[in-house]
Every structure is written in C-alpha cells, then in structure tokens.
Design a protein around this ligand. Structure first.
Ligand SMILES: Cc1cc2nc3c(=O)[nH]c(=O)nc-3n(C[C@H](O)[C@H](O)[C@H](O)COP(=O)(O)O)c2cc1C
Length: 382
C-alpha cells in the first residue's frame, strides 16, 4: 500500500537522508519539567545527533536559519513548533504568558457542532511520565468558537488550526463548512479518534475505510489546509494513514492519546468518571516515534509529530524519523513557555551546526530507501 501524492519537504530531505546514530539519554519525567520561574535562561541544548567531536569545539558560525514549514495549500508556518489541541485552549487564554505570535501554529481545543459539557469528573490524573485525561471534548460549539475567538485570531501572525471532532461524517462536514472562509482560521485538524455513531461506535481512526471516508467528505467541503490526526490505538497505522492521504489530506498529525485507565485509591472502581482516558506525555513518546517513523516512509504528505515533547532532544528525534514539525501538548501544563523556547533552541541548534534550515535534520534516521525494507534491520517489525 502506497499513498504517494506529491513531493514534500520531507521527501526532499529523505532523498538526501543519511543515517546518523543517536546518543541515548534518560528523560526526566514530566513532573520534573522546570516551572517558568525556575527555568534557566535559554541555553544551547545538548545535541542528540552524534557528530565529530571537533565540530562541538568550533565556534558556532553565525548563519541565518530558516525554520519555515510548508504544510501545503498555502499554509506556511514560520517555524515547526506547534501547540497541540486541548493543551492550549483557543490560544487567547495564554496571551499574557506566551508570545503566541512566535509559535508555528496553534491547534485549538477540539470543536464540535453543538456545545459539549464533557465527561463526568474526575477527568484527569497524573501517571508515571504523563497524564490520563477524559475531558470528553468539552467546548462551546463551532458557532460560539467563531464568534468568540476568530476575530482575535485574524490579528495574529501565528496560524490557528481548528481541531474538529464529530460523531458522524455529517457532523465533521457541517463543522468544517461553518469554519470555511472564516478569517482567522488557517486550517483544520480532524480529530477522528471519536466514536462513529453510524458505525455502531467504532472509532473513525481505527478503521481505514471510515478514516478515508470522513477525510474525503471533509476534503470536498473545504479548500482549507486539512490535517488529519492519527490514533496510536491500532495494531498497524499504515493502512489508515494511506487511506487518509489518498482521500486528500494535506498533512498527517501523529499521534493522539493512547487509551488507558487508572484505578481509584479505594480499589473499588476505575478512577476516571469516564473509566477510559487518553494517556499523554513523555510516556507515549516511543510509541509516537515509531508511528511517525512508519508513516513518514509510506506517505508523501508532511507528517507532524505529537507525543511527549518536553525538550529540544524530542524535537530532533521526531525530525530524524521524518516529521517536518512537532506539536507540544501535555508539557505545556508544566511550562507554557516551553514551545517558544524550543523555537529558539532549534534555531540555535541549526546555527551551531552551520545549517541554514532545520530541513537538513529531517529524515536522518529513516532507512535509506523510503518504503523499502532496510538491509540493516532498522525497520519496525511487529
Ligand atoms: C487535556 C488534554 C486534552 C486534549 N484534547 C484534545 C482534543 O480536543 N482534540 C485532539 O485532537 N487531541 C486532544 N488531546 C491530545 C493532544 O492534542 C496530543 O495529541 C496528546 O496529548 C499527545 O501529545 P503530548 O504527549 O505532547 O501531550 C488532548 C490532550 C490532553 C492532555
């Protein structure tokens, strides 16, 4: 199965990809992320990609770094650091603490046709290396989102991508129709990890046909840049990613949360009111990395990585497995200033390597022949 559609930045770089060993290091748990007040002044982050020792000793040449990312259909981000849906509200809430205009893009809270009050509490709990949430897509509905926020978005330099959820193909299409042409809305990200009432509650994201159908229907409804978010809760994401790309998505985002539960301290019931929650944070990074690695090799549309980004090393890892950009999610709760700091650190990392663009860092850990099994056994084997 192949879903090659058009040449992308990732492909350009992959063609020239070279395999570069990575230096492993132990990641701190999310809880140990520095608080804004405790965080040191931005310093040059330690590189995770091995290079000749001598290169470290060279003074960093002063080069202009182009961090822009072309996601297709006219959506060009100033840099590859986005904020993930559900962790940054509608952006406006963070205006006093974060220079929102310095973000590559904001993926706003999941938006549905009608307002939703969300799931019964408790709705969040901490886990080792992350958290479980079952917010249940609480949101005021698409019309209120447009009325309340779109005008402010038009004044921002950063692109706002509206994350859209629904229970039927018709829901998705209607929400997207209402967003189409609204000034301030730069793109759509489909959250397809929702139960499809038409298919008896089966999630769109775990079925290639359902994922392809909803993508195709939304594609017909809008010319806005269309990002579709993959679920990690499948045995093999590749057929689903292929179906979405074939159906006309411009970008794949990977991944949404992993399904999990926690038990109440009484041990008499599950902890979350909804029983099930979505696991996010550093704990899911290896899973997300594997999925980006697999998907980047079979589609020709850009892949944006999401999952457990807490520091520059995570960004570099995701670029190495073929992502053109990353979204920061759960880590924002510990430090809302992290995404902007990552923009600076990535630019500094490129400068330190004498690179004029982060594009040279993309795909370096992929097999030499995209889509073909590697002779060296680095490809994923279930
Ligand atoms: C509290 C919370 C709410 C979320 N809400 C949404 C949502 O509305 N739509 C969506 O597509 N993803 C949602 N997500 C998933 C994130 O966008 C992201 O895919 C996931 O958390 C993995 O990234 P992370 O490990 O950096 O947090 C939510 C995550 C969290 C923690």
């Amino acid at each position: 199965m192949k879903a090659k559609r058009r040449v992308t930045t990732a492909k350009d770089v992959r063609v020239a990809a070279r395999r570069t060993p990575t230096v492993r290091k132990v990641k701190p748990l999310l809880g140990s992320a520095p608080s804004p007040s405790a965080s040191p002044a931005p310093t040059r982050a330690r590189s995770v990609v091995a290079r000749p020792i001598a290169a470290h000793d060279q003074p960093a040449p002063s080069v202009a770094v182009d961090l822009s990312v072309d996601l297709g259909r006219g959506l060009v981000l100033t840099n590859p650091i986005l904020v993930a849906s559900g962790t940054f509200g509608y952006g406006i809430e963070y205006g006093d603490v974060v220079e929102v205009d310095r973000l590559g893009a904001i993926c706003c809270k999941g938006t549905t046709l009608k307002p939703r009050i969300g799931n019964v509490p408790p709705r969040v709990t901490e886990t080792p290396g992350g958290m479980l949430n079952s917010i249940g897509l609480q949101n005021p509905g698409v019309d209120a989102v447009v009325d309340k926020y779109a005008k402010t978005w038009t004044g921002w330099r950063t692109s706002v991508i509206v994350n859209v959820a629904g229970e039927s193909v018709g829901d998705y299409v209607e929400v997207v129709r209402r967003l189409d042409g609204v000034p301030g809305v730069a793109g759509i990200e489909l959250n397809i990890s929702c139960p499809n009432v038409g298919k008896g509650g089966l999630q769109f994201a775990i079925d290639a046909d359902a994922a392809g159908s909803v993508t195709a229907a939304v594609r017909r409804a809008t010319d806005l840049p269309l990002l579709v978010k993959l679920s990690p809760n499948v045995a093999d994401v590749r057929p689903i990613a292929g179906a979405i790309a074939d159906a006309g998505a411009d970008v794949l985002t990977a991944v949404n949360t992993l399904s999990g539960i926690a038990v109440a301290p009484s041990r008499q019931k599950p902890l979350l009111g909804n029983i099930y929650g979505g696991l996010s944070g550093p704990a899911i990074k290896p899973v997300a990395l594997r999925i980006v690695y697999e998907v980047a090799q079979i589609v020709d549309i850009p892949v944006v990585a999401i999952g457990g980004v807490t520091e520059l090393a995570d960004v570099l890892d995701y670029l190495a497995v073929g992502a053109v950009a990353v979204q920061v999610g759960t880590a924002i709760f510990a430090d809302p200033t992290l995404p902007v700091r990552l923009v600076d650190e990535l630019a500094e990392e490129c400068r330190g390597r004498g690179l004029t663009s982060h594009r040279d860092l993309i795909g370096t850990a992929l097999p030499r022949k995209p889509g073909a099994p590697s002779a060296k056994g680095v490809e994923y084997r279930p």
